[in-house]
Design a protein around this ligand. Structure first.
Ligand SMILES: [Zn+2]
Length: 321
């Protein structure tokens, strides 16, 4: 019997689950809402139930499953599989590995959500097997995963790969959720891009498509900015230039230390596609050591929302299969 891997991507609103073949092909994927009531105490029970119900639906038994690889939105104690803290879920020192193993009767391996997305892209996505890779995800926040010699960088206390909190504006930057100011996240996240766009619209009378959007909708989004760039809107181009300057600079600093083969840009903002990748590459090349710039290819993520579950499955494959 061919066995399956279970990948789970635990987010603040939904839990994405998939049964995946040992070759990384999704056999079946689905999602359930994240129950954050009572500090997230029911989450593991719901995951266990969801797996059992899906097996019943497919008329399969648990013997099919090798184990579970799960990504959680917070720093992970890699020795114990505990989550130090997941603010979104209400967890503090939550024994995720232990609870999920008890509830499912399956072995569980835990990692951070951005890290498993990086692994997914390395294995089956834009990373194309590259063993030295940086993933930066531009969503509501800016997340990251760093892979060196095929291994995720966890760091000393689980905070490795926190690309979003590289300081881009040392003095007088916007406040960040982490407590600092001027983090890359305050500039290159969807929220950051929208904030910068609004500020620029307030500072100038320059005609722009964005001004129409702003007047009509009362707000502009990151998507509006990139859509306007595709229409050659000058103000939108300036905003993207400002954002990608900081992104390219931060990635060049990282790359000078890591010498990666691929830099993968994911998250909702990456739907902007080539316009974004080319603008980041332009600034990246200015600031990276020439030999580092030569080796690194900047690409858009290809797995979308599946990156996490595929990365989770890879964890099972490499740790248990
Ligand atoms: Zn920060």
């Amino acid at each position: 019997m061919e066995q399956w891997l279970v990948g789970v991507d635990l987010g603040g609103t939904t839990v994405k689950l998939a049964f995946v073949s040992i070759y990384g092909e999704i056999i079946c994927k689905w999602e359930i809402p994240t129950d954050k009531s009572e500090n997230g105490k029911y989450i593991t029970t719901h995951i266990a139930k969801a797996i059992d119900e899906k097996l019943r639906e497919l008329d399969e038994s648990k013997e099919r499953l090798i184990g579970i690889g799960i990504g959680a939105p917070g720093p992970v104690n890699m020795a114990t599989g505990d989550i130090y803290e997941a603010v979104n879920l209400g967890w503090k020192n939550f024994p995720l590995k232990n609870r999920l193993e008890v509830e499912t009767g399956l072995p569980v391996v835990v990692d951070n959500d951005a890290n498993i997305a990086a692994i997914g892209e390395m294995w089956k996505g834009a990373g194309d097997g590259a063993k030295n890779l940086i993933l930066v995800t531009l969503g509501t926040g800016v997340g990251g995963g760093i892979i060196v010699n095929g291994q995720i960088v966890h760091g000393t206390n689980g905070a490795g790969g926190e690309i979003g909190h590289i300081t881009s504006i040392p003095e007088g930057g916007a406040p960040c959720n982490c407590g600092k100011t001027g983090c890359l996240e305050t500039i290159a996240s969807a929220t950051g891009i929208a904030r910068i766009a609004t500020e620029r619209l307030q500072q100038t009378d320059e005609p722009s498509r964005l001004r129409h959007v702003w007047n009509e909708a009362g707000a502009v989004t990151a998507k509006d900015v990139f859509d306007a760039v595709k229409e050659n809107d000058a103000l939108a181009q300036q905003i993207v230039d400002e954002v990608t300057f900081h992104l390219g600079l931060a990635l060049a600093h990282l790359a000078n230390g890591l010498n990666p083969e691929k830099i993968v840009i994911g998250g909702g903002v990456s739907k902007a596609g080539d316009v974004l990748a080319q603008a980041v590459a332009h600034h990246f090349k200015r600031f990276a050591f020439p030999r580092v710039a030569e080796a690194a290819e900047i690409v858009i993520a290809t797995l979308g929302n599946d990156a996490g579950v595929i990365g989770g499955a890879w964890l099972v494959k490499t740790n248990m299969a």
